[in-house]
Design a protein around this ligand. Structure first.
Ligand code: SF4
Length: 369
């Protein structure tokens, strides 16, 4: 299918954006000049991956106060960057952001898309967003919002990501004509505020030329990718304390949870056979429980059963766990799930419907292979 030229088709976006644009702490006032602070654009783009604007704003402000430029961030400790990122999720982004800052400190800002792509954490979308928003280069940044807007506008019936290369080329004349930063942000803004999954076409500056609207097909364009069904798991999440120390997993060096401390967790089902055993085994002084919750991840749903256990005397830390001094607990970075248990520890416990199978749990914990 032949698409109309991007410069003419997208022309109504520029005046609309002048009126409708939101004031965001990382957004420059003059969108026709290179951004005065490319580092702020980099921070915002990494934070905005998988996270809503409203959530990002306070994190961005705190981050910029503590790490106002690439060199401050490049020199920070991993614990500190994770602590400041705590609550945003997808912690890998914090490490990649620091890696990118270190690259910039060492070699300066890249001058083109190819070199931006070499910075850690910058995939095709983020590198193009940096090129267009920070440096006014006519590179098309296609995120989920942009794909949705363009698929509907052009009537692309199949998954628009399959047409990414063609869309990038198609957008270039529009970017050159209307300004890379302005047009890129206008498309994103339209996707975030008007051409949402349930679009408000009556408010849209592109409505008269929109193919999906003309065909009354906005509910099926863009095609929705099939998502895998998340795996259901049920866990005891254990806050184990003895003599002013807590039992924790120290951060892994690699993987999704790198840089984060974790409470030990045990599969819920495998511990039930201990339910009838003695209530306070292994020198256990106190057990506290709270109502559980479901922790959602893209690939799994964890049914969490929180449990705090206090011992008279510490036992040797099982494999992969260490005893951490209680004074350090507030300062260590944790993911959302583990942070939530930490917060529960400050609240009164609840009566559990079913007594936790303490003997079975502790035997499992202490004999971890
Ligand atoms: S007219 Fe509707 S479907 Fe088309 S781009 Fe605008 S908001 Fe999206």
């Amino acid at each position: 299918m032949l698409w109309p030229g991007s410069a003419a088709l997208l022309a109504p976006l520029a005046p609309w954006f002048d009126e409708a644009r939101r004031v965001l702490p990382w957004r420059a006032l003059d969108l026709h000049a290179p951004h005065p602070d490319p580092y702020a654009v980099l921070v915002s783009e990494l934070m905005l991956q998988q996270t809503q604007v409203a959530t990002v704003i306070p994190f961005f402000q705190r981050w910029m106060e503590r790490f106002p430029d690439a060199s401050t961030l490049a020199a920070a400790s991993e614990d500190e960057i994770h602590k400041l990122w705590e609550g945003l999720g997808y912690y890998r982004r914090a490490r990649l952001l620091q890696g990118a800052a270190q690259g910039v400190v060492k070699d300066g800002w890249p001058k083109d898309l190819e070199n931006l792509l070499e910075l850690p954490g910058l995939g095709p979308y983020t590198a193009a967003a940096m090129a267009s928003i920070a440096f006014q280069l006519p590179e098309a940044a296609l995120d989920g919002n942009a794909f949705r807007v363009l698929a509907r506008l052009l009537g692309i019936e199949e998954n628009p990501r399959k047409s990414a290369a063609r869309l990038r080329e198609w957008l270039k004349p529009g970017l050159r004509t209307h300004g890379p930063s302005l047009l890129t942000q206008a498309i994103m803004e339209l996707g975030a505020t008007v051409c949402t999954p349930s679009p408000r076409c009556a408010k849209c500056p592109l409505a008269s030329d929109c193919e999906a609207r003309r065909q009354d097909a906005t509910d099926r364009i863009p095609a929705r990718p099939q998502r895998p069904v998340p795996r259901e798991v049920s866990l005891w999440l254990l806050a184990v304390q003895s003599k002013g120390r807590w039992l924790l997993h120290p951060p892994a060096a690699h993987g999704l949870l790198a840089g984060l401390w974790r409470w030990p967790a045990l599969a819920f089902e495998t511990t039930l056979e201990g339910a009838a055993e003695e209530p306070h085994p292994f020198g256990l002084a106190e057990a506290r429980t709270w109502p559980g919750w479901i922790q959602e991840y893209s690939h799994r749903r964890e049914h969490i059963h929180p449990l705090a256990l206090q011992f008279e005397a510490p036992f040797p830390a099982p494999k992969d766990l260490i005893w951490l001094d209680a004074s350090e607990l507030e300062a260590i970075p944790m993911g959302r799930r583990d942070q939530r248990l930490q917060e529960l520890l400050r609240t009164p416990p609840a009566v559990c419907d079913e007594a936790p199978p303490l003997a079975g749990l502790l035997r499992l914990l202490q004999s971890r292979p």
